[in-house]
Design a protein around this ligand. Structure first.
Ligand code: DC
Length: 221
């Protein structure tokens, strides 16, 4: 079975940048599961469905044609048609996505898709529930955190203005797969660390257990 490095944490904890760089260093495919929840949200909004209408969202999730396709070490998404990466970070999507991500039917379908990627390549997968729900059996779990002030400042630097505090509250308090630290995850507080320091810490910890560079499609340790 291909190895999976799970990187979870709240918004703006630095996990996307870290996960992308760890994947590049290891030669693993990088999978951003937040982008999957955003893709569903974008399509719902595009089809005029209210993201707060739980039953309508659940019904959409039961019928949607969702696909994550690994290509060139990254992931391309389709949800009833192609989804463009530049659509996923719009303020409308950012403020609606936590409502969509709390709907069990949405989660069930996306978790199924996430698990289906493992046989295809060694993975670095980032999200909120990768170590706790999607791949609880992986031995490589990291939980990245940073103080609320540092996270808010990082979001502003990235040009995003949405209230991450509100999004995190919904993510933490939902009934299905709430954001929490998996029991066996290594917690890294990145408040006073550079991205490179966090990446180095993750890589060092993986090397300690023998996980090294392995290009997608190549032999796995
Ligand atoms: O990481 P992000 O900001 O792109 O995530 C967008 C939303 O999706 C956020 O509200 C958390 C949610 N999410 C989730 O519930 N489970 C995941 N595995 C990934 C993201």
């Amino acid at each position: 079975m291909n190895p999976v490095v799970a990187i979870d944490g709240p918004s703006a904890s630095g996990k996307s940048t870290v996960a992308r760089r760890v994947a590049a260093r290891l030669g693993f495919a990088y999978v951003d599961t937040g982008a999957m929840y955003r893709a569903v949200t974008w399509r719902l909004l595009h089809e005029g469905i209210d993201p707060a209408a739980t039953e309508a969202v659940a019904d959409f999730a039961r019928r949607m044609d969702f696909r994550a396709i690994i290509c060139g070490g990254a992931t391309r998404l389709e949800c009833n048609g192609p989804i463009l990466p530049e659509d996923l970070r719009s303020p409308t999507v950012s403020s609606a996505v936590a409502l969509v991500a709390r709907v069990p039917e949405v989660r069930a379908r996306l978790v199924e898709e996430q698990r289906s990627l493992r046989p295809l390549a060694p993975l670095v997968m980032e999200g909120r529930d990768i170590g706790s729900v999607v791949f609880p059996d992986t031995g490589h779990k990291f939980y990245l955190d940073a103080s609320p002030e540092v996270r808010e400042a990082r979001r502003h630097l990235q040009g995003e203005q949405d209230a991450i505090g509100r999004r995190d509250d919904i993510d933490r308090s939902r009934t299905v797969a709430p954001l929490r630290i998996a029991q066996d995850a290594q917690v890294i507080d990145s408040s006073s660390l550079s991205i490179d320091e966090v990446v180095d810490a993750v890589i060092a910890s993986l090397e300690k257990v023998g996980l090294r560079h392995s290009p997608p499609g190549g032999a796995t340790p």
